[in-house]
Design a protein around this ligand. Structure first.
Ligand SMILES: [Zn+2]
Length: 678
């Protein structure tokens, strides 16, 4: 029998627990994403590209996956049929198929396509049939077909090669995206079975103490947790028990167990971010894609659990990445050896820069923007979206890059298919998700992160609001935003003012912007009336007012051609200069400039003029100037001659056959070094 006083304590405890529950159920993120379905992109830059990706790239990649080395989808059929050999492709092929489906799901969320959706449903049915073969719901086709006794790389297997937790993670994130896009839960059922089995098997002893060799599952299990928190009604559709807390617990274990001695693990290496505990890492190291995806997961989990150690680690590693190890294009992963980050400031012009690296970094940026509400992360995201990531698929949509150096003596080459075709699915994941990155919100306010012609339908608490952006960005810096609240209402509209127009440097002090215009880089008008002295806080200009139907905001961003120089510590850029206009980084190709762009020197007097060319490379603004060509004459003497040069956007390189390409151009001595700031 409980005495009254202890009953009181008991009730107080219940109340206390309820409070904790409430707190932990609150996302710690400052910003909330806008669902893809609520945003419609309609512009001249992204819309035509998105049409190509949906109509050409997605079917092209699926077709190639279906045919490659016996067919990545056939692996699922062979498991379904009880075969014990004949796996096609590498062990991470399951994961790449899931990632293809995730990317496609986000495109379908933006624009339904019954034919494509039926095709995906067919794939999902084959995946589900394969999973049904195993009574416990385990599914990793390579292990099942080739080494059925070596699940998770145990019993003499090699998890570093097997990528099992990577495959599991890719399935879980994909299931969430597909359910969000279509409302269909078939893949979600598979994901829950596989996630439950993984939670049974992996964690603190007596379970197997293993962490993913290739990160992705950390964020994916966080996603799965959040999805069921938000949609508990979906649990009724799942034939097995859903206890989402287990998914979050395992995701956290995968972060926190890294760098600690564990039974079962075979090696503790920098390569897969297992050499030092995550919370003690000061530098982002090892395989660039794995590192970026792990950090993206740490940032995402900080947004769920609200823990400072997660938050601080994510921010610290992001700062090291973006201020010491990021190329001017937003690319990461300087060395081919281990596909890894180099030391601070090691950014060779012929660096490796896997497309997946820029994509992984984009996810990391995005999660930190949601976590902190700071626009500097969107500055980096924008640089990757328009440069380092966008270059990964040809303009025609059916050839691809794996590496994206800033200097290719013989031209960057695009391939039709690759032994490890990881980049096209990652590219599609980013570009599929991108409509959801244009805007964000908090409880009462709206954030404009990217400048893309689009219409967004937002819900701010009880209030409905439509925002319509019209712009010719990135070629012009004029952005018009029509604000249409259903009823007049008071809130803040936060508009990102990009780093390239606001400051003298970006990526910390890794890059300097020269030739800046005399204004502060931007102007704002509301209903035609110019605003004086708009301050920016955390990279956003904030407009507070009672908004009513018909209100319009006009943003003008100065877009001069800007010379970029790198920090003195970047040896590869000493005496060199790169060019940007708005968010676009430029390169020089042999096709426009004769074959030897490496022989061109840009003098300080050379003045670059932009020109929009509708019929070139899908419509691009090119830059023209006079440079000096340094050539050997027939008599073997060095001749310097004035030379007309043309630069094209970096993302469009390698679309007109193979030719030399260079971003960092030799500068004549007068400005070989950046002017020292007083
Ligand atoms: Zn890749």
């Amino acid at each position: 029998m409980i005495k009254l006083s202890s009953l009181g304590v008991f009730l107080a405890m219940l109340g206390y627990l309820a409070d904790i529950y409430k707190v932990s159920a609150q996302p710690a993120n400052k910003l909330t994403p806008i669902p893809i379905q609520s945003v419609t992109i309609e512009d001249s830059f992204w819309s035509p590209k998105r049409k190509v990706w949906q109509e050409v790239t997605i079917p092209d990649c699926f077709k190639k996956f279906e045919n490659d080395r016996g067919g990545a989808l056939n692996n699922f059929d062979r498991v379904r049929d009880g075969k014990t050999d004949g796996h096609a492709g590498p062990p991470w092929y399951d994961g790449l198929i899931y990632e293809m489906i995730r990317g496609t799901a986000d495109f379908l969320a933006a624009k339904r396509d019954p034919v494509l959706e039926a095709r995906i449903d067919g794939y999902i049915a084959r995946i589900a049939a394969a999973q049904a073969r195993d009574p416990e719901g385990y599914l990793n086709t390579w292990t099942q077909l080739e080494h059925p006794n070596q699940r998770w790389g145990l019993n003499g297997g090699n998890d570093g090669y097997q990528h099992e937790m990577y495959n599991v993670g890719a399935m879980c994130e994909t299931a969430v995206h597909y359910c969000r896009a279509t409302g269909k839960s078939q893949l979600l059922k598979c994901a829950v079975k596989l996630a439950n089995y993984t939670c049974d098997q992996i964690g603190l002893a007596p379970k197997h103490e293993l962490v993913p060799n290739h990160a992705i599952a950390e964020e994916a299990f966080g996603d799965l947790y959040l999805f069921f928190r938000k949609h508990p009604e979906l649990k009724r559709e799942i034939p097995v028990k859903v206890d989402e807390q287990r998914y979050l617990d395992l995701a956290q274990y995968w972060v926190e167990a890294r760098g600690h001695q564990r039974k079962d693990q075979r090696s503790y290496r920098e390569y897969n971010q297992d050499h030092i505990p995550v919370f003690r890492q000061t530098a982002i190291e090892g395989h660039a894609v794995r590192a970026a995806l792990l950090c993206s997961g740490v940032a995402a989990l900080a947004g769920i659990n609200g823990r400072n150690d997660y938050r601080e680690a994510a921010i610290r590693l992001w700062e090291n990445m973006s201020e010491k190890k990021m190329y001017v294009t937003g690319g990461i992963g300087a060395t081919a050896q281990g596909e890894a980050f180099g030391k601070d400031y090691f950014l060779p012009n012929d660096g490796y820069l896997e497309t997946c690296g820029a994509v992984g970094a984009s996810f990391f940026d995005r999660n930190l923007n949601l976590l902190t509400g700071d626009a500097r992360y969107v500055d980096a995201l924008e640089r990757e979206l328009y440069n380092g990531a966008l270059t990964g698929v040809s303009l025609a949509g059916d050839t691809y890059t794996y590496v994206n150096p800033l200097f290719s003596p013989n031209g960057n080459s695009r391939w039709s298919w690759n032994g490890c075709p990881c980049c096209p699915p990652m590219f599609l994941k980013l570009m599929g998700a991108m409509p959801g990155y244009i805007y964000a919100q908090d409880k009462s306010d709206v954030y404009v992160n990217l400048f893309v012609g689009s219409k967004a339908r937002l819900q701010l608490g009880e209030r409905k609001l439509v925002l319509t952006q019209s712009t010719d960005y990135p070629w012009h810096g004029e952005v018009r935003i029509a604000v249409e609240p259903a009823r007049t209402s008071e809130f803040d509209l936060h508009i990102r003012i990009p780093d390239w127009c606001q400051g003298k440097t970006f990526s910390g002090d890794l890059y300097q912007l020269n030739n800046r215009s005399s204004t502060n880089g931007f102007r704002l008008k509301v209903n035609g009336k110019a605003l004086e002295e708009v301050e920016t806080v955390c990279g956003y200009a904030t407009l507070h007012r009672k908004w009513k139907r018909g209100d319009t905001v006009e943003l003008h961003l100065d877009m001069p051609v800007v010379r970029v120089t790198a920090n003195d510590h970047v040896e590869s850029a000493v005496g060199r200069v790169a060019f940007m206009r708005g968010p676009i980084v430029y390169c020089f190709e042999g096709t426009d400039n004769g074959q030897a762009v490496e022989n061109l020197t840009i003098s300080p007097e050379s003045k670059f003029e932009p020109e929009y060319r509708n019929n070139l490379l899908g419509g691009v603004t090119v830059l023209h100037a006079t440079a000096t060509g340094v050539f050997k004459t027939a008599a073997d003497q060095i001749a310097s001659v004035p030379f007309q040069v043309t630069a094209i956007p970096y993302y469009a390189n390698a679309n007109r056959g193979t030719c030399q390409m260079q971003v960092w151009m030799a500068a004549s001595q007068e400005h070989a070094k950046p002017q020292k700031q007083e």
